[in-house]
Design a protein around this ligand. Structure first.
Ligand SMILES: Cc1cc2nc3c(=O)[nH]c(=O)nc-3n(C[C@H](O)[C@H](O)[C@H](O)COP(=O)(O)OP(=O)(O)OC[C@H]3O[C@@H](n4cnc5c(N)ncnc54)[C@H](O)[C@@H]3O)c2cc1C
Ligand code: FES
Length: 242
């Protein structure tokens, strides 16, 4: 993990209140999809954690939703500017554990890190199944991006305005799978946990340092206390205690 200044190469609104930002610089230490960066913004004491959506040795892209002052400031930054980040953080997903056809289940702004995971799996010759869940059609993101990878995501919307009406778990009932990778709001993670034989679950927590020093993001697991920022954000099904 190191602190560095990355250059804002691209910033684009991709959906209502949702932005994609590509940063260039040394990204060679990123070792797994599902890792995140912690961003320092002028005028804000705490950094803001955002997952890595896609990456290469000299770039990374994040996708973020404006929910408060920090993400609003991030969305207003200018191309060519510099962003102070700590990276890479967290363990990320282990692609070796998912078998021949894992299922990826993402909810809302939890979908982007699963796209990075899908990219890695496809590079390794594994074509995963993907379910994405949103409140309504105006919230849907990344369908075309998955299609470019050769994956047709199954979309669910709570209001039924597109795809299957209901929750991601309604779509999961129609699919045979042995292993799930998932990221999204905690009630969704719990519902996916209850319907999956095995898998990896990416959690969010309020974070201060973001690299394991302050214990501010500690949660209890079956194997003792773990820090979501350092020992996670990805936890294995067998260790999760709700
Ligand atoms: C590991 C991890 C990965 C994340 N990845 C993404 C992502 O890819 N895209 C995305 O849009 N959002 C992501 N989030 C959530 C994102 O960090 C929050 O939405 C953001 O910090 C809110 O900041 P704000 O100033 O706009 O909102 P405020 O509500 O004003 O934030 C106030 C404080 O709360 C903290 N905070 C608020 N919400 C969260 C949250 N959900 N998790 C952790 N801290 C929070 C902020 O860091 C800040 O200190 C992730 C969170 C974590 C922990
Ligand atoms: S945020 Fe400091 S230990 Fe996790």
């Amino acid at each position: 993990m190191k602190r560095q200044l990355l250059k804002i190469d691209h910033l684009k609104k991709i959906q209502n209140g949702i932005f994609a930002m590509t940063l260039t610089g040394d990204c060679s230490e990123i070792s797994a999809p599902g890792q995140f960066i912690n961003i320092k913004l002028d005028g804000f004491y705490l950094r803001r954690p955002i997952s890595i959506y896609s990456y290469g040795p000299d770039f990374l892209t994040i996708i973020f939703k404006v929910v408060g002052e920090g993400t609003k400031a991030l969305s207003e930054m200018q191309k060519g500017g510099l962003l102070d980040v700590l990276m890479p953080l967290g363990n990320g997903f282990d692609t070796a554990k998912g078998g021949k056809q894992p299922l990826l289940v993402g909810g809302g702004i939890g979908v982007p890190p699963l796209y990075g995971l899908a990219e890695s799996l496809v590079d390794q010759g594994v074509i995963p199944k993907v379910i994405t869940g949103f409140n309504g059609r105006e919230d849907i993101i990344l369908t075309k991006e998955f299609q470019v990878l050769g994956i047709e995501p199954i979309i669910t919307t709570v209001d039924g305005s597109m795809g299957i009406k209901g929750f991601v778990t309604d779509a999961m009932k129609e699919i045979n799978f042995d292993y799930v990778y998932t990221c999204g709001p905690e009630p969704m993670l719990k519902a996916v946990y209850d319907t999956s034989p095995d898998g990896q679950f990416s959690f969010e927590a309020r974070m201060a340092c973001g690299f394991g020093a302050c214990m501010g993001c500690t949660c209890e697991t079956k194997y003792g206390y773990k820090r979501i920022c350092k020992d996670g954000p990805v936890l294995y099904k067998e260790e999760i205690k709700w």
